[in-house]
Ligand binder design. Structure first.
Ligand SMILES: Cc1cc2nc3c(=O)[nH]c(=O)nc-3n(C[C@H](O)[C@H](O)[C@H](O)COP(=O)(O)O)c2cc1C
Ligand code: SF4
Length: 435
């Protein structure tokens, strides 16, 4: 099946980051429609619910439902926050939207702000995205000059201001409660939920946090209709998403395909298959925190939230990391462990200590100094982290470990030396094999 370029059509428009080109491609049409025709928020929310749009930042929560949680008719400000922190290893889709079609994001964010009655939109962008931030800044200025944002935008009687906030390089600030703490000027530490941001978010006020790609789909859905969008995907998984493919495929890049597309089709048709026609070994399906899949699983799984959850993994951020038969999975897992240990905010003990512990064990194994006992300890530490932390980073660090060890244990055993038994006695590999 060819790509379905709902978002990519705008990204691929020449100079699509500029207002005039975006408008020529039909941009801001949905915002004009809902304001011009006097729609109310509920109409938009009903369409989003019917479209089966799910959050594309990782968790896949239904977007229309999330917006409906914001309390109506209460005094005081409400906020819309755009999560553009994009730091999950293997993920690079939002950067393309911000750089290629920033007005699409602004249009979606203004519609969201209109629906939840927010007058301020904060775009929290990853600190390292210097050039995308510059492009975004220019787009905000253009949108203000053209009257798409600001006081009484498009004669709507509503006000919306857009603020761009650059992060300072912490992965944890992509987690929504940490992001809000950081935006308030505090340490980027996650908070326990509930209360959820929709009830008590930025500065203690009702706040919706949405991913860049999620919001960019909103104007498209309002333009093409909920039925069309829903029909592209499968039940409860509407529309397309941008799959970012990296690793050992012939053509890495961003591919926009309906949810439910077979992974096999993505890898072998769109990406041209495995580099040098080697065999596939493993795939991380949606950013480094998602449990790894074997080649057999990759051959039969579809790329949607429910199918991947059904085999114990996740669609996550839609960033696939494809690994061929020459890949040293021990090195890969060591790298992943180092990342999470470095990025742990340190607030809770299982994550702070456990991620460091897993990294040290992986280092021993990777350097050929590990034991079979180390493999068992690694698994045990990971299992002790899971479900025992303030935020999902703990699970994000533990899940890859558990999945690599359960699916590719032989790769790890092949790199460990003396066999140490629980009682502390050391048995050499040769002795162990003799027994
Ligand atoms: C450790 C961690 C990092 C995250 N990083 C991001 C990120 O960079 N971008 C993002 O949109 N969501 C990220 N999320 C998910 C957000 O917490 C939140 O669910 C998301 O922004 C909601 O938007 P959505 O409903 O549109 O998906 C992260 C979550 C965790 C636990
Ligand atoms: S799980 Fe890790 S990153 Fe999340 S709050 Fe605890 S220490 Fe911080």
């Amino acid at each position: 099946m060819p790509e379905v370029k709902l978002i990519k059509r705008f990204i691929e428009t020449e100079n699509g980051h500029r207002l005039r080109e975006f408008e020529s491609a039909g941009g801001y049409g949905s915002l004009r429609k809902i304001i011009g025709e006097g729609w109310d928020a509920q109409q938009v929310i009903d369409i989003l619910k019917a479209s089966n749009l799910r959050g594309l930042g990782g968790a896949g929560f239904p977007t229309g439902l999330k917006w409906s949680f914001v309390p109506k008719d209460i005094e005081g400000p409400k906020y819309l926050v755009v999560n553009a922190d994009e730091s999950e290893p293997g993920t690079f889709k939002d950067r393309h939207i911000i750089s290629g079609a920033p007005h699409l994001l602004i249009e979606g964010a203004v519609i969201a702000a209109f629906c939840i009655e927010a007058e301020d939109i904060y775009i929290y962008i990853r600190g390292e995205y210097y050039e995308p931030a510059r492009i975004m800044e220019q787009a905000i200025e253009e949108a203000a000059e053209a009257g798409y944002i600001g006081e009484d935008f498009l004669g709507s009687g509503h006000t919306v201001r857009v603020h761009l906030h650059r992060g300072a390089g912490a992965y944890i600030c992509g987690e929504e409660t940490a992001l809000l703490s950081s935006l308030e000027g505090g340490k980027g530490w996650p908070k326990l939920k509930p209360p959820f941001p929709a009830i008590k978010g930025l500065f203690g006020k009702p706040t919706i946090v949405n991913n860049v790609e999620t919001l960019s789909q909103v104007p498209i859905i309002l333009d093409k209709g909920a039925e069309y969008f829903a029909s592209l995907g499968i039940e409860r998984n509407g529309g397309t998403r941008l799959f970012g493919v990296s690793g050992h495929v012939k053509r890495t890049g961003i591919y926009e395909l309906p949810l439910g597309t077979p992974m096999k089709e993505l890898i072998y048709e769109h990406c041209g298959g495995i580099r040098n026609d080697r065999k596939l070994k493993a795939v991380i399906p949606g950013g480094s925190s998602c449990p790894v899949l074997t080649a057999e699983q990759a051959a039969s799984i579809n790329m949607d939230f429910d199918s991947l959850a059904g085999i114990g993994s996740m669609l996550g951020s839609g960033g696939l990391i494809v690994m061929d038969e020459t890949t040293d999975l021990v090195q890969i897992l060591w790298r992943i462990c180092r990342f999470y240990a470095f990025e742990s905010c340190g607030q809770c003990t299982p994550c702070r200590e456990g991620t460091g512990w897993m990294t040290r064990i992986m280092e021993r194994i990777a350097k050929g100094e590990g034991t079979v006992q180390d493999i068992d300890d690694l698994k045990e530490v990971a299992e002790q982290i899971m479900g025992n932390t303030v935020c999902p980073l703990g699970d994000a660090a533990a899940l890859p470990v558990v999945s690599f060890l359960s699916k590719f244990r032989a790769d790890f055993e092949a790199q460990v030396g003396p066999r140490r038994v629980h009682a502390g006695a050391v048995v050499t590999q040769a002795e162990a094999e003799e027994n």
